[in-house]
Design a binder for this molecule. Structure first.
Ligand code: M6R
Length: 604
């Protein structure tokens, strides 16, 4: 949520800043701006292209900072775009996070006669740093930060220090890239990949001075810390479209490879066992816990709901699933015999992170299923499993969601085999997992049916998804995908719930999408579909290949390959990802960057 990018080195900064912003655009695209010392900031509302179009001539200078915004305080206007200047117009700040006490700070600054040009909380930071500046930029930043409450990842530069960037973090990610011809600062390591793989992740409460040749890390008291670089493992090509029109489609097409990468080196298929190196050290303690609480937001939450059903059915582990934004309010949080499992693609989602921290404060074991290596949740949890799905750039989660389901399946087998799962049951699941990439690859070779149905469904204003058991959360995920990518109003229900109220909504203009694979709840799903048909609602059913009845009952049917029931949601969700994608394209929408959203939600 908001992307910040800085460069100081031997090359001209402006083009590097623009390039960095393009890679970070998925973090927010309400407005963007850059500042190069000695020049006035250049800002534009909307995507980075609007900013690029405003830069008509070369901008000299080899140091600069940049920002792409997801609006929190103040509407997406040019005045509210970052970087913001202090009152002398010489110090510039780009900020990701929220300054909670900005009103009282602003009031204090206004009474000193300081004028503001934006409605943002971030401008308060810029002005505050200005009031603290006595010739040392780091000290001014430290002094200003000691006065603020809230979260921040900031980069600061100044006309007085044209070869220096000061950065600091509390709650919002900052990573420093150490390259041959200079140093970079970013909210996300993926934006550094074209320049370097050597990075330093700042921890909360740390700040750093970055110059062309060096970086120095300090705590907020000013003590110097020794921080070595780490290597990023991903390739630069992973954040490119590779010939696809959109990242979303590319990422769906990558699903077979993602599943291979997620399970690589982790399967002992013949024994029906799984090796999850990241949680080995805590496994014995974990087995002693009475229950697991899975926390997540959005798609990660729905993955957690599928995980709950798997873990309970196959591993006999009692599981609760909580929204990251709500978990901290639970009374029973303090039950020591609970382990908290955070599911997060970015590893930076503020609400999920807050749940991890709330659990830690109560002394609970915390675990993570995280895709972004080195992210805050990955580092703050006691142990965890990486998804290895590679960077996911489209705002709507597709391949990462699938990899979350795959990791949850692995965890189910790992825990199940220690508890009540037989070797044979473990073998069946793992063999199914091994076959899955080829099955899905074959399935993805022809998506024309889904494309055709997308044209029809692009006309509807509303839609209702229904499913049971594993496919009730998949209905929720499908509905979320449709909303975020196509702006169609939609809802999801566990199919049995429909008759308790929501069925009142249905008529011939209100379609229902029913997920009805031939599994142990198939017959009940068919009854629910009958109820819907009786209300004249158009029905699209998704079922498994070989099913023969539904096409006599509903308006359209899409078939997916039939796999092991615990793996079926992994396959069944794919047509919905594609359906949303094709409807979004049909409507001419920006499917990779839907309105009002950001990929990584780092505010609570
Ligand atoms: O990075 P996380 O997995 O923690 O993100 C959680 C949600 O913000 C995310 O899944 C969101 O709902 C996606 N836009 C869904 O497509």
């Amino acid at each position: 949520m908001c992307g910040i990018f800085g460069y100081t080195g031997q090359r001209t900064a402006a083009p590097i800043l623009l390039e960095g912003l393009r890679t970070l655009e998925y973090r927010g695209y309400d407005s963007a701006g850059i500042f190069v010392p000695g020049h006035t900031p250049i800002k534009a509302v909307g995507p980075i292209d609007n900013l690029a179009n405003k830069i008509t001539g070369p901008i000299s200078g080899t140091t600069g900072i940049a920002h792409t915004r997801w609006a929190t305080h103040g509407s997406p206007t040019e005045a509210n775009a970052h970087p913001h200047l202090d009152m002398s117009g010489t110090i510039a700040v780009a900020h990701n996070g929220i300054i909670e006490n900005f009103r009282e700070l602003k009031d204090g600054l206004v009474t000193q006669g300081i004028e503001f040009t934006s409605e943002t909380d971030s401008e308060v930071l810029a002005k505050l740093i200005g009031t603290q500046y006595r010739g040392d930029l780091l000290k001014a930043v430290q002094a200003a930060l000691s006065l603020v409450r809230g979260t921040y990842g900031i980069i600061v530069t100044s006309n007085h220090h044209p070869n220096e960037i000061v950065t600091a973090r509390l709650g919002s990610p900052i990573v420093i890239g150490v390259a041959k011809d200079g140093n970079l600062i970013s909210s996300d390591s993926s934006a550094l990949l074209s320049y370097t793989k050597d990075v330093v992740y700042l921890e909360d409460g740390e700040c750093a001075v970055v110059s062309k040749e060096a970086y120095e890390v300090f705590n907020l008291r000013g003590d110097k810390l020794s921080r070595k670089t780490e290597k990023i493992e991903i390739e630069a090509s992973a954040v490119q479209k590779k010939g696809y029109e959109h990242f979303m489609l590319k990422e769906i097409m990558e699903i077979p490879e993602v599943i291979r990468d997620t399970v690589r080196g982790r399967l002992l298929a013949d024994k029906g066992q799984v090796k999850l190196g990241g949680i080995e050290s805590v496994m014995q303690d974990l087995l002693k816990k009475d229950r697991l609480v899975i926390v997540g937001c959005g798609s990660a939450y729905f993955a957690g709901q599928v995980g709950q059903l798997m873990l309970e059915e196959y591993a006999g582990v009692p599981v609760d699933v909580e929204l990251g934004s709500e978990y901290r309010y639970k009374r029973n949080l303090a039950d020591k015999n609970t382990a908290v499992l955070a599911v997060s693609q970015s590893g930076e989602t503020a609400d999920t992170l807050a749940s991890v921290r709330a659990g830690k404060e109560k002394g609970l074991m915390t675990l993570g299923i995280v895709n972004a290596v080195g992210s805050t949740i990955a580092r703050e949890t006691d142990a965890g499993v990486y998804n290895h799905a590679g960077p996911e750039i489209a705002v709507a989660s597709t391949k990462a969601f699938i990899s979350q389901l795959v990791v949850l399946t692995l965890l189910t087998v790992a825990l199940g085999r220690e508890k009540e799962m037989t070797a044979e049951a473990g073998q069946k699941i793992l063999r199914g997992l091994i076959e899955l990439p080829d099955i899905i690859k074959e399935y993805l070779t022809d998506t024309s049916d889904i494309k055709k149905i997308a044209k029809k469904y692009a006309e509807y204003q509303n839609c209702m998804f229904i499913g049971r058991k594993y496919h009730a959360p998949i209905a929720s995920e499908a509905s979320l995908k449709l909303k975020e990518v196509t702006y169609t109003h939609s809802d999801a229900y566990a199919a049995g719930e429909l008759k308790h109220g929501s069925i009142a909504m249905l008529d011939k203009n209100f379609p229902v999408i029913a997920i009805a694979p031939e599994d142990d709840v198939y017959e009940k799903m068919v009854s629910n579909i009958e109820e819907v048909k009786a209300r004249q609602a158009p029905v699209l059913a998704i079922t498994t290949a070989g099913e023969t009845h539904l096409d006599t009952l509903v308006d359209n049917v899409l078939y997916v390959p039939k796999v092991h029931s615990v793996l079926q949601p992994i396959v069944s969700v794919i047509p919905f990802q594609l359906l949303s994608y094709y409807i979004g394209v049909e409507k001419g929408l920006n499917v990779d960057r839907p309105r009002n959203l950001a990929k990584s939600v780092t505010v609570e």
